[in-house]
Design a protein around this ligand. Structure first.
Ligand SMILES: NC(=O)c1ccc[n+]([C@@H]2O[C@H](COP(=O)([O-])OP(=O)(O)OC[C@H]3O[C@@H](n4cnc5c(N)ncnc54)[C@H](OP(=O)(O)O)[C@@H]3O)[C@@H](O)[C@H]2O)c1
Length: 276
Protein backbone atom coordinates (compact mmCIF):
# COMPACT_ATOMS: atom_id res chain seq x y z
CA UNK A 1 0.00 0.00 0.00
CA UNK A 2 1.21 3.50 -0.83
CA UNK A 3 1.86 6.06 1.89
CA UNK A 4 -0.99 8.42 2.76
CA UNK A 5 -1.58 11.36 0.44
CA UNK A 6 -3.29 13.83 2.72
CA UNK A 7 -3.18 16.52 0.09
CA UNK A 8 -5.89 14.99 -2.12
CA UNK A 9 -9.48 15.32 -1.04
CA UNK A 10 -11.80 13.19 -3.16
CA UNK A 11 -14.73 15.46 -4.02
CA UNK A 12 -18.12 13.78 -4.36
CA UNK A 13 -20.07 16.61 -6.00
CA UNK A 14 -20.44 14.76 -9.33
CA UNK A 15 -19.93 11.26 -7.96
CA UNK A 16 -22.25 8.26 -8.01
CA UNK A 17 -20.88 7.40 -4.55
CA UNK A 18 -19.77 3.91 -5.56
CA UNK A 19 -18.07 1.78 -2.92
CA UNK A 20 -15.34 0.71 -5.36
CA UNK A 21 -14.09 4.25 -5.71
CA UNK A 22 -13.84 4.72 -1.94
CA UNK A 23 -12.05 1.41 -1.50
CA UNK A 24 -9.58 2.33 -4.23
CA UNK A 25 -9.07 5.78 -2.68
CA UNK A 26 -8.01 4.17 0.59
CA UNK A 27 -5.68 1.78 -1.27
CA UNK A 28 -4.07 4.78 -2.95
CA UNK A 29 -3.64 6.56 0.38
CA UNK A 30 -6.39 9.12 -0.27
CA UNK A 31 -7.99 9.41 3.13
CA UNK A 32 -10.20 12.47 2.77
CA UNK A 33 -13.56 12.85 1.04
CA UNK A 34 -15.56 16.02 0.57
CA UNK A 35 -19.30 16.07 0.25
CA UNK A 36 -22.19 18.43 0.96
CA UNK A 37 -25.63 18.11 2.48
CA UNK A 38 -27.11 18.86 -0.97
CA UNK A 39 -24.90 16.45 -2.98
CA UNK A 40 -26.52 13.48 -4.71
CA UNK A 41 -29.87 15.21 -4.48
CA UNK A 42 -29.55 15.61 -0.69
CA UNK A 43 -28.85 11.88 -0.30
CA UNK A 44 -25.04 11.92 -0.09
CA UNK A 45 -24.71 11.42 3.68
CA UNK A 46 -27.23 8.58 3.83
CA UNK A 47 -25.78 6.93 0.75
CA UNK A 48 -22.28 7.01 2.22
CA UNK A 49 -23.62 5.45 5.42
CA UNK A 50 -25.39 2.76 3.37
CA UNK A 51 -22.60 1.81 0.98
CA UNK A 52 -19.51 2.44 3.08
CA UNK A 53 -20.28 2.58 6.81
CA UNK A 54 -17.27 0.33 7.46
CA UNK A 55 -14.96 2.61 5.41
CA UNK A 56 -16.10 5.91 6.92
CA UNK A 57 -14.09 5.53 10.16
CA UNK A 58 -10.93 5.35 8.02
CA UNK A 59 -11.79 8.48 6.05
CA UNK A 60 -11.70 12.15 6.97
CA UNK A 61 -15.11 13.44 5.94
CA UNK A 62 -15.78 17.08 5.16
CA UNK A 63 -19.25 18.29 4.33
CA UNK A 64 -21.09 21.56 3.83
CA UNK A 65 -24.22 23.21 5.14
CA UNK A 66 -26.10 26.23 3.87
CA UNK A 67 -27.93 24.79 0.82
CA UNK A 68 -31.45 23.58 1.47
CA UNK A 69 -34.08 21.83 -0.66
CA UNK A 70 -35.80 24.12 -3.13
CA UNK A 71 -32.48 25.72 -4.18
CA UNK A 72 -32.47 27.87 -1.08
CA UNK A 73 -29.30 29.26 0.43
CA UNK A 74 -29.45 30.28 4.05
CA UNK A 75 -27.12 31.21 6.86
CA UNK A 76 -29.86 31.23 9.50
CA UNK A 77 -28.12 29.84 12.62
CA UNK A 78 -30.96 27.47 13.56
CA UNK A 79 -31.00 25.96 10.06
CA UNK A 80 -27.23 25.57 10.01
CA UNK A 81 -27.30 23.94 13.41
CA UNK A 82 -30.03 21.47 12.42
CA UNK A 83 -28.23 20.69 9.15
CA UNK A 84 -25.03 19.94 11.08
CA UNK A 85 -26.88 17.65 13.50
CA UNK A 86 -28.56 15.95 10.57
CA UNK A 87 -25.25 15.43 8.77
CA UNK A 88 -23.91 13.57 11.80
CA UNK A 89 -27.02 11.43 12.18
CA UNK A 90 -27.30 10.62 8.44
CA UNK A 91 -23.61 9.76 8.17
CA UNK A 92 -23.72 7.71 11.35
CA UNK A 93 -20.72 9.64 12.66
CA UNK A 94 -19.71 13.26 13.21
CA UNK A 95 -18.12 14.90 10.15
CA UNK A 96 -14.49 15.94 10.56
CA UNK A 97 -15.03 19.29 8.88
CA UNK A 98 -18.24 21.24 8.31
CA UNK A 99 -18.05 24.12 5.85
CA UNK A 100 -20.38 27.04 5.33
CA UNK A 101 -21.32 26.36 1.70
CA UNK A 102 -20.85 29.41 -0.53
CA UNK A 103 -21.95 31.84 2.19
CA UNK A 104 -21.60 34.70 -0.31
CA UNK A 105 -24.96 33.66 -1.82
CA UNK A 106 -26.80 34.42 1.41
CA UNK A 107 -25.24 37.77 2.25
CA UNK A 108 -26.67 41.11 1.27
CA UNK A 109 -24.91 44.43 1.77
CA UNK A 110 -27.13 45.27 4.72
CA UNK A 111 -26.96 41.97 6.56
CA UNK A 112 -23.59 40.55 5.73
CA UNK A 113 -21.52 41.40 8.80
CA UNK A 114 -23.98 40.10 11.39
CA UNK A 115 -25.12 37.10 9.37
CA UNK A 116 -21.65 35.86 8.58
CA UNK A 117 -20.46 36.29 12.14
CA UNK A 118 -23.49 34.42 13.50
CA UNK A 119 -23.05 31.63 10.94
CA UNK A 120 -19.35 31.19 11.74
CA UNK A 121 -20.10 31.18 15.47
CA UNK A 122 -22.80 28.57 14.95
CA UNK A 123 -20.31 26.18 13.34
CA UNK A 124 -17.58 26.99 15.88
CA UNK A 125 -20.07 26.23 18.69
CA UNK A 126 -21.15 22.99 16.98
CA UNK A 127 -17.49 21.90 16.94
CA UNK A 128 -17.02 22.89 20.57
CA UNK A 129 -20.03 20.72 21.43
CA UNK A 130 -18.65 17.71 19.57
CA UNK A 131 -20.90 17.78 16.48
CA UNK A 132 -17.83 18.13 14.25
CA UNK A 133 -14.11 18.30 14.73
CA UNK A 134 -13.32 21.40 12.63
CA UNK A 135 -15.23 24.02 10.68
CA UNK A 136 -14.53 26.12 7.65
CA UNK A 137 -15.73 28.30 4.81
CA UNK A 138 -16.05 27.05 1.25
CA UNK A 139 -16.49 29.89 -1.20
CA UNK A 140 -16.96 29.69 -4.96
CA UNK A 141 -16.72 33.44 -5.41
CA UNK A 142 -14.60 34.98 -2.66
CA UNK A 143 -14.90 38.39 -4.36
CA UNK A 144 -18.40 38.63 -2.92
CA UNK A 145 -17.37 37.51 0.54
CA UNK A 146 -16.40 40.81 2.09
CA UNK A 147 -15.78 40.12 5.73
CA UNK A 148 -16.14 42.48 8.70
CA UNK A 149 -13.29 44.14 10.53
CA UNK A 150 -10.31 42.04 11.47
CA UNK A 151 -10.74 39.85 14.49
CA UNK A 152 -14.54 39.96 14.45
CA UNK A 153 -15.03 36.49 12.99
CA UNK A 154 -14.01 33.27 14.69
CA UNK A 155 -10.92 31.90 12.96
CA UNK A 156 -11.89 29.02 10.63
CA UNK A 157 -9.93 25.79 10.60
CA UNK A 158 -10.17 25.49 6.80
CA UNK A 159 -10.79 27.90 3.93
CA UNK A 160 -11.61 26.26 0.60
CA UNK A 161 -11.63 28.23 -2.65
CA UNK A 162 -11.35 27.44 -6.36
CA UNK A 163 -7.87 26.49 -7.53
CA UNK A 164 -6.07 25.86 -10.78
CA UNK A 165 -5.16 27.15 -14.18
CA UNK A 166 -8.72 28.17 -15.11
CA UNK A 167 -9.19 30.48 -12.11
CA UNK A 168 -9.16 34.16 -13.03
CA UNK A 169 -6.77 36.69 -11.51
CA UNK A 170 -9.49 38.49 -9.56
CA UNK A 171 -10.73 35.25 -7.96
CA UNK A 172 -7.16 34.24 -7.07
CA UNK A 173 -6.45 37.66 -5.58
CA UNK A 174 -9.72 37.62 -3.64
CA UNK A 175 -9.00 34.13 -2.27
CA UNK A 176 -5.57 35.23 -1.09
CA UNK A 177 -6.92 38.41 0.51
CA UNK A 178 -9.58 36.36 2.27
CA UNK A 179 -6.98 33.92 3.58
CA UNK A 180 -4.88 36.82 4.88
CA UNK A 181 -7.87 38.24 6.74
CA UNK A 182 -9.31 35.00 8.09
CA UNK A 183 -5.99 33.26 8.84
CA UNK A 184 -7.42 29.74 8.45
CA UNK A 185 -5.32 26.94 9.88
CA UNK A 186 -5.43 25.26 6.45
CA UNK A 187 -6.15 26.47 2.90
CA UNK A 188 -7.70 23.97 0.48
CA UNK A 189 -8.38 24.34 -3.22
CA UNK A 190 -11.29 22.87 -5.15
CA UNK A 191 -12.41 22.09 -8.69
CA UNK A 192 -8.90 22.08 -10.25
CA UNK A 193 -10.27 21.32 -13.74
CA UNK A 194 -13.13 23.80 -13.52
CA UNK A 195 -15.52 20.85 -13.32
CA UNK A 196 -14.50 19.00 -16.50
CA UNK A 197 -11.43 17.68 -18.26
CA UNK A 198 -13.51 17.25 -21.45
CA UNK A 199 -13.76 21.00 -21.97
CA UNK A 200 -12.13 22.20 -25.19
CA UNK A 201 -9.84 24.53 -23.25
CA UNK A 202 -7.70 21.57 -22.15
CA UNK A 203 -6.84 20.80 -25.81
CA UNK A 204 -5.61 24.31 -26.47
CA UNK A 205 -2.43 24.31 -24.38
CA UNK A 206 -0.07 21.92 -22.62
CA UNK A 207 0.05 22.41 -18.83
CA UNK A 208 3.31 20.47 -18.67
CA UNK A 209 5.08 23.82 -19.25
CA UNK A 210 4.53 24.33 -15.50
CA UNK A 211 6.64 21.31 -14.55
CA UNK A 212 10.39 21.05 -14.09
CA UNK A 213 10.42 17.70 -15.87
CA UNK A 214 7.56 17.78 -18.41
CA UNK A 215 8.20 14.39 -19.97
CA UNK A 216 7.25 12.40 -16.89
CA UNK A 217 3.54 13.22 -16.80
CA UNK A 218 0.33 13.77 -18.72
CA UNK A 219 -1.15 17.25 -19.29
CA UNK A 220 -4.00 16.45 -16.86
CA UNK A 221 -1.52 15.50 -14.13
CA UNK A 222 0.42 18.71 -14.72
CA UNK A 223 -2.75 20.81 -14.53
CA UNK A 224 -3.72 19.08 -11.29
CA UNK A 225 -0.29 19.61 -9.72
CA UNK A 226 -0.26 23.30 -10.74
CA UNK A 227 -3.56 23.82 -8.88
CA UNK A 228 -1.68 23.57 -5.57
CA UNK A 229 -0.05 26.91 -6.30
CA UNK A 230 -2.95 28.81 -7.83
CA UNK A 231 -3.50 29.85 -5.04
CA UNK A 232 -1.13 28.15 -2.56
CA UNK A 233 -3.07 25.37 -0.84
CA UNK A 234 -2.16 22.26 1.11
CA UNK A 235 -4.99 20.09 -0.23
CA UNK A 236 -7.17 20.06 -3.35
CA UNK A 237 -10.70 18.67 -3.57
CA UNK A 238 -10.89 17.00 -6.97
CA UNK A 239 -13.74 15.00 -8.47
CA UNK A 240 -13.48 11.69 -10.26
CA UNK A 241 -15.63 8.60 -10.48
CA UNK A 242 -12.85 6.67 -12.18
CA UNK A 243 -10.43 4.77 -9.91
CA UNK A 244 -7.78 4.81 -12.69
CA UNK A 245 -8.02 8.60 -12.90
CA UNK A 246 -7.64 8.84 -9.14
CA UNK A 247 -4.43 6.83 -9.42
CA UNK A 248 -3.12 9.29 -12.02
CA UNK A 249 -3.87 12.15 -9.65
CA UNK A 250 -2.08 10.56 -6.70
CA UNK A 251 0.95 9.93 -8.95
CA UNK A 252 0.95 13.62 -9.88
CA UNK A 253 1.60 14.71 -6.30
CA UNK A 254 5.29 13.99 -6.65
CA UNK A 255 5.74 16.17 -9.73
CA UNK A 256 7.90 19.25 -9.21
CA UNK A 257 6.55 22.60 -10.32
CA UNK A 258 8.54 25.27 -12.10
CA UNK A 259 8.07 28.21 -9.71
CA UNK A 260 9.19 30.74 -12.29
CA UNK A 261 6.55 29.61 -14.80
CA UNK A 262 3.82 29.70 -12.16
CA UNK A 263 4.86 33.22 -11.20
CA UNK A 264 4.88 34.33 -14.84
CA UNK A 265 1.43 32.85 -15.33
CA UNK A 266 0.08 34.81 -12.34
CA UNK A 267 1.55 37.99 -13.80
CA UNK A 268 0.02 37.25 -17.19
CA UNK A 269 -3.39 36.68 -15.62
CA UNK A 270 -3.12 39.94 -13.70
CA UNK A 271 -2.06 41.88 -16.79
CA UNK A 272 -5.01 40.49 -18.75
CA UNK A 273 -7.45 41.49 -16.02
CA UNK A 274 -6.28 45.15 -16.05
CA UNK A 275 -8.56 47.46 -18.05
CA UNK A 276 -6.83 48.70 -21.25
N1 LIG B 1 -18.63 25.69 -3.53
C1 LIG B 1 -18.14 24.53 -3.18
O1 LIG B 1 -18.09 24.20 -2.02
C2 LIG B 1 -17.60 23.62 -4.24
C3 LIG B 1 -17.82 23.92 -5.57
C4 LIG B 1 -17.27 23.07 -6.52
C5 LIG B 1 -16.52 21.98 -6.14
N2 LIG B 1 -16.33 21.72 -4.81
C6 LIG B 1 -15.55 20.55 -4.37
O2 LIG B 1 -14.52 20.29 -5.30
C7 LIG B 1 -14.69 18.96 -5.83
C8 LIG B 1 -14.18 18.87 -7.25
O3 LIG B 1 -14.91 19.73 -8.08
P1 LIG B 1 -15.58 19.27 -9.46
O4 LIG B 1 -15.86 17.82 -9.43
O5 LIG B 1 -16.68 20.21 -9.71
O6 LIG B 1 -14.50 19.59 -10.54
P2 LIG B 1 -13.03 19.08 -10.93
O7 LIG B 1 -12.40 18.32 -9.84
O8 LIG B 1 -12.36 20.28 -11.44
O9 LIG B 1 -13.29 18.15 -12.21
C9 LIG B 1 -13.90 16.91 -12.11
C10 LIG B 1 -13.77 16.24 -13.47
O10 LIG B 1 -12.40 15.95 -13.74
C11 LIG B 1 -12.31 14.67 -14.33
N3 LIG B 1 -11.02 14.07 -13.95
C12 LIG B 1 -10.50 13.95 -12.71
N4 LIG B 1 -9.32 13.31 -12.76
C13 LIG B 1 -9.09 13.02 -14.04
C14 LIG B 1 -8.03 12.34 -14.73
N5 LIG B 1 -6.97 11.85 -14.08
N6 LIG B 1 -8.13 12.21 -16.07
C15 LIG B 1 -9.19 12.68 -16.74
N7 LIG B 1 -10.23 13.31 -16.15
C16 LIG B 1 -10.18 13.48 -14.81
C17 LIG B 1 -13.46 13.88 -13.77
O11 LIG B 1 -13.89 12.93 -14.72
P3 LIG B 1 -13.89 11.36 -14.36
O12 LIG B 1 -14.96 11.13 -13.35
O13 LIG B 1 -14.13 10.70 -15.68
O14 LIG B 1 -12.52 11.06 -13.82
C18 LIG B 1 -14.53 14.94 -13.54
O15 LIG B 1 -15.44 15.00 -14.58
C19 LIG B 1 -16.19 18.69 -5.67
O16 LIG B 1 -16.53 17.32 -5.70
C20 LIG B 1 -16.42 19.30 -4.32
O17 LIG B 1 -15.93 18.43 -3.31
C21 LIG B 1 -16.86 22.52 -3.85
Amino acid sequence: MRPAHPRIVLGLHRSRHGRRLLTRALELGVQAIDTGSNYLDFQSHRTLANVASDLLPRLTVSTKVGYFPGAQHSLAPDRLRRATERAASDLGREPDVVFLHNPEHSLTEATRDDLLEAACSTLADACAQGLCDRWGISSWDPRLLVIPAEGELPRPDVLMTRAGLLVSADILDAAERLAERLRPREAWGMSPFGGSTADAVWDRFDPRIFLREPRTSTPIQAAFRAAYRLPSVSAVAVGTDNPGHLGELTDALDLELDDHMIQQYRELLRARSQPV
